[in-house]
Design a protein around this ligand. Sequence first.
Ligand code: NAD
Length: 343
Amino acid sequence: MHKKTYSFSSSRTTCYFEASFSQFNKVAEKDRCVFITDQHVFDQHKKYFRGSRVVVIRPGESFKVQQTIDQVIDQLIEYGADRKTTIVGVGGGVVTDISGFAASVYMRGIPFGFAPTSILGMVDASIGGKNGIDVGHYKNLVGTIRQPAFLFYDTSFLQTLPHEEWINGFAEVIKHAAIKDAALFRELEKNSIHYYKKNKKALAALIRKNVMIKSAVVMKYEFEVGDRKLLNFGHTLGHAVENIYELPHGHAVAIGIKGACLISEELLNFKETARVTDLLEKYGLPTDLHTDPGKILEIMRMDKKKTRDIMNYVLLEKLGKAVVKPIPMKHLEKLIYSISRAR
Ligand code: NAD
């Protein structure tokens, strides 16, 4: 088990890499913890929770809502959780978002940490302190920013992760490489999901690299100014297609990445769209941009990254170097119409 601590504005997060859940007691006393997990993770990893206080929520995005928080809080009361209790979210991004939010509001905030169990949870959702819930159609509308005390990385959880969820998670891995790390991009080009499933060391190193990329960005810009926006690469168009076509998040981000590359070609003379497209496809992700531009623009007009009539779009100057480019909405409309004919 390797340890690395990241410092944020008012707290620190210690990451335990290449850890095994059987060593969890070295990080926090199990008796003082309440574990929150979902039904899928609980069913597949029951032995880890034996004898502990556990809250099992229903799996999936549709349960990332206030009603689940209310149920979690009822169970925390039943378990007699207090300010000395640590909440531990063991699951994908839904579980960690719910756990972080419940821990932030219960008794006005009690300590918490995460053991992420999905690729997306490990490389993205557990890092950065954002947590919260969806309200109606609005994703992540309510929440707080509060850093976990620890992140516990046991990659053996991934053995039971459905293949489709591996693919979803790799959209964010490719995103990190594209915006910050050209060497990582080349490494991904050489390998495949199959390779990372078979090579524990390579997988652990990949996860660690991605944690470092996201943590470094968040440490600098915890409250969404400057560089933190770069993490939205692929997400402007991605959110719009996710919304319209009800695609899995990773698929939507992949389409968003392709769109951002085409806009980068147009505005920044970016030349590597074909490489990015090939890589996304190699990892099982879609890149077909044949969409309805009118509907996309309708959703983009409500995007948080838009200020007045300008959209702050994350684009690539080259692989590993992203920039935020303000694009007037009138200009963006033309771009979206022209790229939505690209396949
Ligand atoms: P998820 O938590 O819904 O997990 C996907 C599916 O995989 C679920 O069915 C889950 O039960 C299952 N699963 C997870 N780990 C498993 C395992 N080891 N074995 C078997 N099944 C397992 O989704 P996700 O893709 O992990 O995360 C998506 C969520 O993360 C979204 O709600 C998104 O908003 C959030 N997110 C948050 C941040 C943030 O900064 N807080 C960043 C990115 C995404």
